[in-house]
Design a protein around this ligand. Structure first.
Ligand SMILES: [Zn+2]
Length: 249
């Protein structure tokens, strides 16, 4: 039997009273577990396996799916759960982690838990910055971080760059003409500074990050485009989050 902690990403009802649970865990990465009788109102685990909850599970590993033996709630996040925006953001974030997660990349788990805690503890949230930051981190962990050191064709530094999602980073004016991509987004110096500053950013610095609104939007659009290029298909929870976010603007 294996004991692991995990974060609940989502659950599916299965047969009369069972539940299938998708978890993000520090050791196994993505973990799908069948919990027999979990929806039984008396003996079940109905309150434990709610998305975003931090749990401890004991399970038997099976060929296709593991079988739950016992579960405990380690942490649930009341502020996050009670706030529609925070919860919608958290669901889309966890689903992205689940899609991008590489089994040997341990940073995914601790970063996921940090993000959920941040969403639960922070009084005010700037979703534009927060989404750029967490997407940037996820791209980094999965080895698809954008190239921001200089032009990715000629290596030169420039005051104005363009951003190519399919090339994965910055391109200078001259190289843009050569590769014939006329519709690339212009990256001005403030946006460039913001993009480069993201590398050193962590949750404690997020609220202190000063950047103008236009650059904030640009950085978010770049990170989103990069992310979508990587995952190919937009997950439903991200679509939902975007719809919610549009109501805010
Ligand atoms: Zn160049």
């Amino acid at each position: 039997m294996t004991t692991e902690e995990g974060i609940v990403v989502r659950t599916y009802d299965f047969r009369e009273t069972s539940l299938i649970i998708d978890l993000i865990t520090p050791i196994s990465g993505k973990k799908r577990i069948l919990a027999k009788g979990a929806r039984d109102p008396v003996r079940g685990y109905t309150g434990i396996f709610l998305p975003t909850n931090n749990v401890i599970v004991n399970y038997y590993s099976g060929k296709n799916i593991s079988l739950l033996s016992h579960a405990e709630l380690r942490d649930f996040f009341p502020l996050l759960r009670g706030d529609f925006l925070r919860y919608a953001f958290a669901l889309s974030f966890l689903e992205l982690v689940y899609i991008l997660l590489a089994p040997l990349e341990r940073n995914f788990y601790s970063f996921s838990l940090q993000t959920i805690r941040f969403l639960d503890e922070q009084k005010r949230l700037d979703y534009l910055l927060l989404s750029s930051f967490v997407w940037f981190k996820l791209l980094n962990f999965s080895g698809f971080y954008p190239y921001l050191e200089g032009c990715l064709c000629c290596g030169k530094e420039s005051k104005i760059f363009f951003y190519s999602v399919d090339k994965g980073g910055l391109i200078c004016e001259e190289c843009r003409k050569k590769i014939n991509q006329p519709h690339l987004m212009v990256i001005d110096s403030e946006t460039l500074g913001g993009l480069r500053g993201m590398k050193k950013l962590d949750f404690s610095l997020l609220s202190k990050w000063k950047i103008n609104l236009m650059s904030k939007f640009k950085i978010k659009e770049i990170m989103k485009a990069h992310l979508l290029y990587r995952i190919e298909k937009k997950p439903p929870s991200l679509q939902f989050w975007e719809a919610v976010e549009n109501l805010l603007l």
